[in-house]
Design a protein around this ligand. Structure first.
Ligand code: GLA
Length: 390
């Protein structure tokens, strides 16, 4: 294991490891400060022979986030419960092997277009583009080889108040059918407020569409510890986008009032998930985009999830207009994940910050078009905390 980054690196000293008390140019380093580090270790090789790494970002509270540059996937997040006990709260695999096989986007970066594009086609400036149809007749999560299946270039970086990993990828003109060379940078940073921040940026040399997100599956009781139906969810959304049988939005922005989609007050995921509701039937549970309430530009609270047993709380803040709330309905117990845990139906939930699905075909939705000279920028924060005992 090797230390590749340290908050104090700017002081001219490279401090390695979790030493008890180390000296820096600024004076003695407390045990808590010494925990702050970025380490890397080999994670394996792709079929094409590309070496892949696993980076671990640790903050002064001991919260630890591991990320691989294969698919930019978040592999683990070890977060404290109300008694300070750490548990891994995301689904995933112990080795690269699991990520190389077909899997439902555990922790992955998603692009060039997160979520679905109806019939795998759209028209831009009068030109029709045809994308892979990898989800029935529709295009999902960037196609056959989306950003979740590429090797990202890691760039070591230092930030003042956080442990940081920068990943970059050049998506070539025509890749998966999309126009324009798209240069993408994703920055993961972990600070001492237990916030994992993801900054997405992209530029293009031709008009294109972009919608980037992360597909982490959370279980705040600990990964593989059962289903997530007892988690209490609050979403800051008065409306959602109902879908058709292919999970493509109809174009309507429907009020959540009086529906199982009303999470404006914290409600258990399982409280209404099996109701005889047409939208829940189509999604086999929740698999819908919520239209976030927004008074100002910038980062705003999108959702808060509490797990009563452990007291762990996850808050999601974003600059995006939408949030896909997916309750792991397609997990079916056939995947064995970390520590040999079997992931059954609804063993994890996703909160994918995004522009609305099928926006390239829905002129009334906020635009996902990126033009040369513009910069795509999007930020999402996953903030971990705890609540007192029940
Ligand atoms: C997204 C989709 C779901 C499903 C998962 C992956 O969240 O909205 O319908 O495809 O990805 O299984």
């Amino acid at each position: 294991m090797m230390t590749v980054g340290n908050l104090r690196r700017g002081s001219g000293l490279l401090l390695v490891g979790l030493s008890m008390v180390a000296m820096t140019a600024c004076g003695p380093k407390t045990e808590a400060e010494a925990r702050k580090q970025v380490t890397k270790r080999p994670f394996g090789q792709t079929a094409e022979g590309a070496a892949v790494e696993l980076y671990t970002l640790t903050n002064q509270n001991g919260l630890e986030v591991a990320i691989t540059n294969y698919g930019g996937a978040v592999v683990s997040i070890k977060a404290p419960d109300r008694n300070g006990n750490l548990a891994d709260v995301v689904l995933g695999f112990d080795t690269l092997d699991g990520y190389l096989k077909e899997h439902p986007y555990f922790g992955s970066l998603i692009g060039r277009y997160g979520n679905r594009i109806g019939k795998g086609r759209f028209t831009l400036n009068g030109v029709a583009y045809v994308l892979a149809r990898n989800n029935g007749e529709n295009h999902l999560h960037g196609g056959l080889k989306g950003f979740d299946k590429v090797v990202w270039k890691p760039v070591e970086a230092t930030a003042k108040d956080a442990q940081t990993l920068v990943l970059s990828y050049l998506s070539k003109d025509g890749e998966e059918g999309y126009p324009g060379n798209l240069s993408v940078t994703v920055t993961y940073s972990l600070n001492d407020a237990n916030e994992l921040r993801i900054d997405y940026a992209a530029t293009t040399d031709k008009d294109t569409v972009v919608n980037l997100t992360n597909h982490s599956y959370f279980n705040l009781a600990g990964q593989g510890q059962g289903d997530i139906l007892g988690h209490q969810v609050m979403t800051n959304a008065d409306r959602f986008t109902p879908v058709d049988a292919g999970l493509i939005p109809t174009g309507e922005l429907r009020s959540v009032e009086g529906t199982p989609f009303d999470f404006r007050k914290p409600t258990a995921i399982g409280a209404r998930i099996n109701q005889a509701d047409q939208q829940l039937k189509l999604g086999r549970g929740y698999d819908h985009n919520f239209v976030l309430n927004r008074e100002t530009e910038g980062l705003a609270l999108a959702a808060r999830v509490t797990e009563p047993g452990s007291g762990r709380v996850l808050e999601v803040l974003t600059t995006e207009p939408g949030l896909q709330f997916y309750t792991g309905n397609f997990l079916d117990g056939t995947i064995r994940g970390k520590g040999g845990k079997v992931y059954g139906q609804r063993y994890g939930f996703c909160l994918e910050t995004q522009h609305f699905p099928d926006s390239p075909n829905k002129p009334s939705f906020p635009s996902t078009v990126l033009k040369p000279g513009q910069r795509y920028q999007s930020t999402t924060v996953y903030r971990f905390s705890t609540t007192a005992a029940r």
